[in-house]
Ligand binder design. Structure first.
Ligand code: PMP
Length: 391
């Protein structure tokens, strides 16, 4: 039967220690959660500003549902583009200082929209090797030739650009890399985009709300708002709700409105979500204290982990962002460490291949402004207690 080979494959995945499992959570998102019936201190969400469970956002969503209903009922280009969606798009464009924005129901959808709308068969996309899966899938969907340059390696990228004869070219990058927490050199990438006349697509899933006073990674480096730059920010991470947006010049965004299949052929998100996001945007704009606290927590964690890394042979990747990857190496010890933490009531996910390279399995610690200094110290203390020594 057609499904029989699945059994053997699932067993092989299990044997490699690569089976993915979910925990059932019985609490809202936050540092203190209940997972599989057990209270835990969590360091795994992307709720960087601690807004996912903010009462004013929840209230805006409830009020939005009362006023506008639960569902949009149709796609944006039919009858599903309600006033709250429109207001949100205008507020997002103004906030990131671009002419226009379109709101998508997820970041994955936004990426699948942008790339195939702008390049196709015979064109060339130049993508950082560590780009997010949704960008990789979007390039495949576009049918453009895919050139992957070594992580952050501008010389490698330039050699590929110089060798390309493609009529249309595009550089695609995460602004903050989701598994390493490091930052793309956006200004240098922009210079190359100018020199070789390419699009520059920036996926700022992890920077929007967090850096550049909340306006994101492009604003943080004062990137020129050229029509060639498309900026994608997600709204399910720091913004604490769900969805994403693409912002850019009015002309390019009009093109997306005409061509972006994941905008056109999908039901618009609930208007209540758009109402919640307008409140979230206000809190992001007024969120300097949250961002400052997050910076304090990042420094505190790194300081605490430094001696442990030296002692245990772990590697804390060089990340100034709330994503703090602690590379252990092989899958089994990484899983064992994650389990040992869980026994102590602390939840940090183990990330393994194929999400990261072989031999690079890690604990992906993520910090939120909702954490306290004491909670970060508790994580460091628990790691000190449970990590196996190197020899
Ligand atoms: N891009 C990056 C870099 C991401 O980390 C993610 C989410 N993990 C996405 C895009 C997809 O965003 P969403 O979760 O809104 O689909």
């Amino acid at each position: 039967m057609i499904w029989e080979s699945l059994d053997a494959e699932l067993k092989a995945i299990e044997a490699e220690g690569l089976t993915r499992r979910r925990r059932i959570v019985d609490s809202p998102c936050g540092p203190d959660m209940v997972a599989d019936g057990k209270p835990v201190l969590a360091f795994c969400s992307n709720d960087y500003l601690g807004l996912a469970n903010h009462p004013e956002i929840a209230e805006a969503m409830a009020e939005g549902a009362r006023q506008w209903g639960a569902g949009s009922g149709a796609s944006h280009l039919v009858s599903g583009h309600l006033r709250p969606h429109h207001q949100l798009e205008e507020a997002l464009a103004a906030f990131v200082m671009r002419q226009r924005a379109l709101y998508f129901s997820t970041g994955y959808m936004a990426n699948l929209a942008m790339i195939p709308a702008l390049v196709g068969r015979g064109d060339a996309v130049f993508a950082d090797k560590l780009n997010h899966a949704s960008l990789i899938d979007a390039v495949q969907l576009s049918r453009a030739d895919s050139h992957r340059y070594r992580h952050l390696d501008l010389a490698h990228l330039e050699s590929q650009l110089a060798a390309s004869q493609a009529p249309r070219k595009m550089i695609v990058t995460d602004a903050i890399f989701s598994m390493d927490g490091d930052i793309a050199p956006l200004e240098e990438l922009y210079e190359l985009a100018e020199k070789y006349d390419t699009w520059l697509v920036i996926d700022d899933a992890h920077g929007f709300g967090v850096v550049g006073q909340g306006r994101g990674s492009a604003a943080a480096v004062k990137l020129i708002p050229s029509p060639r730059v498309l900026y994608m920010g997600t709204l399910g991470k720091a913004a604490g709700v769900s969805g994403a947006f693409v912002a850019g010049s009015a002309k390019v965004l009009e093109w997306l409105l005409q061509k972006a299949r994941t905008y056109i052929f999908t039901t618009a998100a609930s208007p209540a979500v758009a109402c919640a996001l307008q409140k979230s945007l206000e809190l992001i704009a007024a969120g300097s204290e949250r961002r400052a606290h997050l910076v304090t927590l990042i420094a505190r964690l790194r300081l605490g982990l430094e001696p442990l890394c030296a002692e245990r042979g772990w590697q804390l990747l060089d990340s100034p962002t709330p994503i703090q990857p602690l590379v252990i190496g092989d899958n089994e010890p990484t899983l064992a460490l994650s389990r040992a933490l869980l026994e102590r009531g602390i939840w940090v996910p183990a990330i393994r291949p194929p999400t990261v390279a072989k031999g690079q399995a890690r604990l992906r610690i993520t910090l939120s402004a909702a954490h306290t200094v004491g909670q970060v110290d508790a994580l460091v203390a628990a790691l000190a207690e449970c990590g196996p020594l190197k020899n």
